[in-house]
Design a protein around this ligand. Structure first.
Ligand code: FEO
Ligand code: CA
Ligand code: CA
Ligand code: CA
Length: 633
């Protein structure tokens, strides 16, 4: 989601740890004057001096790559070492525009579960007819809008059948309701039911993927009962004077999945759904989380008092959002669980790897200008914790990242045992609920909007920093000011993901891809690493103009060994490309087209035929190689 509603940044902490050093080392002028052939690594090495090139550090990185545990990331089917990772015809920029998608000439695509598809055969279907809309009750039985993060949970390790869990991040009122603001509680319920998560069973029959009937299919939306677990569960911060039980998940951006087979959905811009009908003065915490009297214009607070910040009966309701939520895709009766140990902020995704000693380690970004990157490390081995009926996501340590200018970094623990935090907060529940404020206090590094984080099989962690047009002072980790096209940073944690230090580098500055047509991109957002070392990069935002043409948002594949980047797919006018899931054999890749045409049928009728007049609908796109090879190869 591009934050077109929210152009502020709410971090006024003044954390600018590299400012002094970098002003001496670097200026915008020398960034812009750098040689086009200077690699990102060379660029950082020039900044960081000799220490980055230290042989001992390089040897340590290699050792770490041999020992990195990769359970829960990708799968074990690997390509022969040394073979070329990218071997497809790129989509030319000139073909990457207009109202329909374009895929590499070596590939094909199909469309699956657009907004309004009934989650069960025979249920209510919506086809984008502008003269009719689903009712709120119908929408609660249909795939929502704002398709974003997703994951496929194969049934019996099948490559042809599985449960697809998919996020519905947002849907503007004009798109969902056909009007700018809701006029009734029914309108609000329709909007609320279009948000959340769908779990649908899909199957490939005669080469075509389709939704099929399933006892595990379900819709989770803003009014679905949920429960809390971890250190904040049961705390007064999660209780309202009205005594209403916790319900719902909202602005479900990106995702994660666990080695024990569950789906993680991440609540991002939850603040935008709250507003105030009466007099309301934001607290410091509400300001830091970006609450506004009118929200982002959804208008829910006008008809649903839960979302009214000025209604004293619902004080604390906003603390129930901004979490990572665990969903069992194989059990429709399971109550979604908000895992409070992972902290409350504007969660983009939750990339889980298994670190030393079998610990569950979750890397997470907080997507706002000048916000932070976090890491959770479970208390002990995830299998032994589960055997003791303890969720690995309920007990552990939460850290925030500080990137030093010399290519090293530190994970700062968000703990009430730290005197600086004990002076500010009453208990660990407050630290976690107001994680942004705690991270401000510890001096975390403000980043250029951390989007998805992806763990590579060799132990490297990549993070998309989508853009930051407000940055005025560069630092080593965010070296462009302003940074309109973004960059991708990578790091390697000490002690196989469990340690509190790391070494880092810039993988690529998006502006450095603009000289080569096949690689040119901007605003990286979705990210996934396959087990061979391919990085799948999805974009959300303005793309660079190449040879006079500005392509639609796109999917590119990077070879992390060589740095080669190649355009595999382009979306439709006005959409972003997001979400990444694959079959176990990686012969099928699923991505999402979110907000096609920004909901305007004069821009595109996707996925209906052009000229049909249908409202464009968010949809999943199924990408396969024509010769049946691994997607991305
Ligand atoms: Fe949901 Fe940061 O995009
Ligand atoms: Ca984005
Ligand atoms: Ca999004
Ligand atoms: Ca995103």
């Amino acid at each position: 989601m591009q934050l077109i509603h929210d152009n502020r940044s709410s971090n006024t902490s003044g954390n600018r740890p590299f400012q002094d050093i970098l002003q001496a080392r670097m200026s915008r002028r020398n960034v812009l004057a750098r040689s086009a052939t200077l690699s990102a690594t060379g660029f950082l090495a020039a900044l960081a001096g000799d220490r980055w090139l230290d042989r001992g550090a390089a040897a340590a990185m290699t050792e770490g790559s041999r020992t990195a545990a990769t359970q829960g990331v990708g799968n074990a089917i690997a390509q022969a070492p040394g073979s070329r990772l990218i071997n497809f015809t790129p989509v030319p920029v000139v073909d990457g525009t207009g109202p329909v998608p374009t895929v590499s000439a070596d590939y094909q695509y199909d469309v699956l579960i657009p907004w309004g598809t009934s989650i069960q055969p025979g249920g209510p279907e919506y086809n984008g007819d502008p003269s009719t809309r689903p009712t709120a009750a119908e929408q609660a039985q249909q795939v929502g809008i704002g398709h974003d993060g997703m994951w496929l949970f194969p049934i019996g390790n099948s490559n042809d059948r599985g449960m697809l869990a998919i996020n519905h991040e947002f849907g503007r009122n004009q798109h969902v309701l056909g009007k700018r603001t809701p006029e009734s509680l029914e309108d609000v319920r329709l909007s609320q039911h279009a948000h959340g998560v769908s779990v649908v069973e899909i199957q490939k029959t005669n080469g075509k993927w389709q939704r099929v009937g399933s006892s595990n299919a379900r819709r989770i939306h803003v009014n679905t009962p949920v429960t809390f677990s971890g250190p904040v569960a049961g705390h007064p911060l999660l209780q309202t004077p009205a005594g209403n039980s916790p319900k719902g998940t909202v602005n479900n951006c990106a995702n994660g999945h666990t080695p024990w087979g569950t789906y993680l959905t991440c609540e991002e811009n939850f603040n935008g759904y709250f507003g105030a009908t009466g007099s309301w003065t934001p607290t410091e915490a509400q300001e830091r989380y970006g609450f506004l009297p009118g929200g982002f214009g959804y208008g829910w607070h006008n008809f649903d008092p839960r979302f009214d910040l000025s209604n004293p009966s619902y004080t604390n309701e906003e603390h129930r959002f901004g979490w990572v939520v665990e969903i069992d895709p194989m059990d429709a009766s399971q109550t979604p669980v908000k895992r409070t140990a992972l902290g409350r902020f504007k969660h983009e995704n939750a990339e889980l790897v298994v670190g030393r000693g079998g610990r569950a380690v979750v890397y997470m970004g907080d997507d706002e200008r000048f916000d932070y990157i976090y890491k959770f490390v479970s208390e002990s081995n995830w299998r032994s914790m589960r055997a003791r009926r303890i969720s690995p996501l309920d007990r552990g340590k939460l850290y925030v990242a500080k990137f030093n200018d010399n290519g090293t970094g530190e994970w700062l623990e968000l703990t009430i045992k730290n005197p600086a935090l004990a002076a500010q907060f009453a208990d660990q529940a407050e630290v976690l609920t107001f994680a942004r404020l705690a991270a401000d206090t510890l001096g975390a590094t403000p980043m250029d909007r951390p989007e998805w984080i992806a763990a590579a099989a060799n132990g490297d962690i990549y993070c998309n920093l989508t853009n930051n047009t407000r940055r005025q002072v560069p630092d080593a980790a965010n070296p462009l000011a302003p940074n309109p096209f973004g960059h991708i940073i990578k790091w390697r944690d000490s002690d196989n993901h469990v340690g509190t230090t790391f070494t880092w580098d810039i993988f690529v500055l998006a502006v450095d891809t603009h000289d080569t047509e096949k690689s040119a991109f901007g605003s990286p957002d979705g990210l996934w690493s396959d087990p061979d070392g391919r990085l799948f990069i999805e974009t959300d935002g303005t793309q660079p103009e190449i040879n006079g043409v500005r392509p639609n948002d796109q999917l590119l594949v990077a070879d992390t060994n060589t740095g080669e980047i190649c355009r595999l797919f382009t979306g439709v006018t006005g959409c972003e490309v997001t979400g990444l899931a694959r079959t176990p054999d990686r012969r099928t890749l699923f991505v999402n087209l979110q907000h096609p045409g920004n909901g305007n049928p004069s821009q595109t009728n996707f996925p209906a035929s052009q000229g049909s007049g249908k409202i464009p609908r968010d949809a999943t796109v199924v990408i396969t190689r024509k010769n049946g090879g691994i997607v991305g190869s």
